[in-house]
Design a protein around this ligand. Sequence first.
Ligand SMILES: [Fe+2]
Length: 271
Amino acid sequence: MASALVELPRLVPGFDRNVSDYKEAFLTGPHAYKPDAETKGTETQPPAAFPNYLPTWDTEKKYTPLQPFTCYEHGKDADPTFPNLLKDAKVTDLTANIGAEIHGIQLCKQLAMGKMSWHSKDFFEERTNFVTWHSDVTYEEQPSGTTFLYLLDGPTAGGDTLFGSQTEAYKRLSPEFRKRLHGLKAVHTVARRIVGFKKEESDYLLKLLFDHIALGQDFQARVKWAPGIVVVWDNRVTAHSAILDWDDGQRRHLARITPQAERPVETPFEG
Ligand SMILES: [Fe+2]
């Protein structure tokens, strides 16, 4: 299992928006993060409610490389009607294509599942908004699978998270276009590019796909965080974005639990 509390987009040269300390920490990681402000509080926010879950950046600490393993998806063995899991639960679909709100499950006793459901990171250069669609750690040999995210401390308003179904996004493309996409490979995270394509070709295709994901509000859901909400999604088929829309200095502190999942494999084209 791996956990992360904030995401660390790269430093943005010339970034001059009047953001709070917390959001600078979001943007620049350890260069701006002020532990005392979190543990002792400031004029604009009380001390962190969960200090033991605050992020740390120990540049001296080395971790051994993750070791590949065979991943078995136990969820595939489950009865898809979840008769025990959902026995006392109330399930309400959030949208027609993605997201269900489930009440009445004790997560400490059993795992719950929301029906949430490609891509990598592109951050804030000359951006007019702060929506940054991505899925997590796509560069890993075995990227994250079923992911749990929950709020520890959050702003009174703002800091919602968007989720987008990539399976639904894929279905919306024409069969001929899907056929052309099938089998393509991409370099992830740093120099993002379609392998084998020239730069202009790659840029053109990626922009089309990213726009398709971003503009598909009919396969997106938006979560407004509150204490007690736990969002569960499959990171392999879901894109998400935090919305950095608050600027009054309030803390946004979440915890994430995510397992390494199976390495993506290419399957035959199904149309
Ligand atoms: Fe993320």
